[in-house]
Structure formats: C-alpha cells, structure tokens
Design a protein around this ligand. Sequence first.
Ligand code: ZN
Length: 413
Amino acid sequence: MEINERQLNLVNQQVKRLIRSDNFYGKKLKEAGISEVKTADDFQKLPFSQKQDLRDAYPLGLMAVPEEEIVRIHSSSGTTGKPVIIPYTAKDVDDWSEMFKRCYEMAGVTNKDRVQITPGYGLWTAGIGFQSGVEKLGAMAVPMGPGNTDKQLQFMQDMKSTVLCATSSYALLLAEEIEKRGLADSVYLKKGIIGSERWGEKMRNRIKGELGIEIYDIYGLTEIYGPGIGISCKYEEGMHYWDDYIYLEVVDPKTGKNVQDGEWGEIVITTLVKEGAPLIRFRTHDLSRILPGECRCGSKFPRIDTIMGRSDDMVKIKGVNFFPKQIEEIMSEFDELSSEYQIRISHLDRRDTLRLYVEAVSGSVDFEEAGRKLAATVKARIGFTPIVKVVEKGLLPRSEKKSKRVIDERFED
Ligand code: ZN
C-alpha cells in the first residue's frame, strides 16, 4: 500500500524533528544525507530502524523532544540484553488512548459496557493502554491486572463484566475455570479483546465456544505506542489498523524490499505523529500481509492479516514466502496425520525442492492418498507443490527444538 500525500507530509515533519533531536535516527538521516522525502520512492530509501538501535539508545536516547515534554515512559521486556525505553509526551498518551477507543468501537463496545482488564500494569504497555481506551470511550474499567483467578471470577460475576481483555492463554484458563466451577450462568461476558500472543484457530474457537463470546484480536507493540494500533472487526478477516497514526509496510525480510499487497512478509511501521519517540520504518519481525480491497464491515481503514509468526521463521521457496506454521495448520486438518513432521529444502537440478515428511497416526492410513491430498492442499493454499512422504508413526527424529523441523540444505555446506 503506497504511502499517500498526507502521510508523506507527516513523515517529513517527523524527519525534521528527528534531525533536530539528533537521536540515533537523526544521525542515520544525516549520514544518508536525507533531509526530506518527496515521493513514495524516496520514502522507501529511508533507512530501517531495528530493535538493536533502540537498545543502544538505552535509557533515554530515543527522546526526540525536550525532557520537560515527556510525561511517562514504558519499557519492553528484554529477554536478552538491555530493555528498550520508550518516552511518551502527553499528546502521545492521548493519541494512544484515542486509537484504543477506536479499537473498542470497532469491537462494538459502548459506554454501557464494563470492561475487565487482566493484562499487567506497570512498565509495559498492556494494562494501562486497555484502561485509557476504556476511559476515553466512557465505559467502566474494572482494572484487575493479571492473576488471582478466584478474585477475577468473583469480580466478573459481581461486577457483571461484559468485556474481557486478556491474553489468549489467560482467556482460555478463565474459560476452563468457569466451566469447571459451573459458573456459566452467572457470567455476563459478551466480548473478548485478546492480544499479544500468537494463537491458532483451534484455541480461538475453544475460547469462543466455552465462553460463548465474540472475539477480537488486538495488535500492537511497545515500540509503537503499545497494543491498540489495530484490531479485527466482526468479520474476522484480518485486523484494521489506524493509517492516520501509523504507516505500515510489508517487506521481504531477507531483501528488505517492499512486497506486493497480498503477499506475506515482515511488518515495518512508521509512526506519523508520535513526538516522544518517533520511529521511521521500524522492523517488527512480525509476519503478515496487507489484505487488499475493502472489508465487508465498510470501514475505510486498511487491514493486515492475522500475525502468522516471526520473520526469523520465514522460508522462501520458488519465489514464495511461507513459514512452517502454515504447513502445520494445514496438517492439523488431516485426521490421519500426526503433528510430527520434518521439512527439508534443497536445490536440485537448479530448482528449489521442498520435501515434507509427515508421520501418520496409528491405525490404517493410506499413506499415498494422504500424501497426495496434503500436497494438493499446500499447493492450493500456499502456492507451491511439496514432495510429501507420509511415514509410520515414530519414524521421525524427536527434538526439543522446533527449529530442527526445518532443514534448509540450500544454505548448508
Ligand atoms: Zn472490517
């Protein structure tokens, strides 16, 4: 989706601000000799920003305004190395709650709803983001924070909460507890706003079914405000995102080149109006694609597909980007196949070849027939034909590491 005139103007204001602030990106711009972007082509020449740039700026090197204007910081958890600190101005905080309010509106939440918030508060962006959006909307926040399931369930009943904000795993846990304790009749939930984790269709349907609620996927990351920059609508065909606050591109993770709308790749985000810590072309490592065309809900906001994984997992074969999770999902639809598989990619006779070894379940399975069906489904859904070999249960090597399931012999020597 090409950047439009209005977005370009906003980018130029960001560029000026960054050069003036002389933060890491301002320096990058100066080094590249860029002081203005005039066209969509110019925009694509802007350097990327990476998580490592943000770590290097620890603690406050991202700040692009005088410190007096910063009213709050948030931080993303660093599993390795230094965390990232994101400074927010009052306007940033307000913009974020405005976006979050839109998310609730997209999900049909109104000022009559009572919203139980179970993500954590504090340094990270989840709890407070959910809450400020509720307040902006005029609904009632029930700010529980994480854990303490007994208390969660008590408040859920006594407060008659109608909306649950949670991670997918916690929503599932609550659903199971409600069932186990036979509380279904005293719970008033209608909608779930679920964020921050990757999750499959099976889990989604379980939460929906067990709680009897509508589910909305919320998208976001701490580096770009936090959750709330996009959300799915009732048609559940991807997530709308707020293109007046962010410009979103999808690039080939290997080459960094923009892919066509509809093609899978890595999400790259540019903040259009952020003051405290504007980011230009930030590589999220989240994999998705832009969904072309207008959504059936009539919203003019563009859409990305559900996040399918991290770019580190992506494999390219015969010009098609895919990731093992797509194959896993297809396999899960075949009752005769187990979840054990191995993918070997090689370069034979000047052609990329993908061989897929899959274990059958025990019992009588027609290996050849199952293999043919699987190959045809992969071709139809992903776009290339793998060589499928269905093998007996227990034949494939077991490994702790999931990555061992994909062996790319093209780059091994
Ligand atoms: Zn829609």
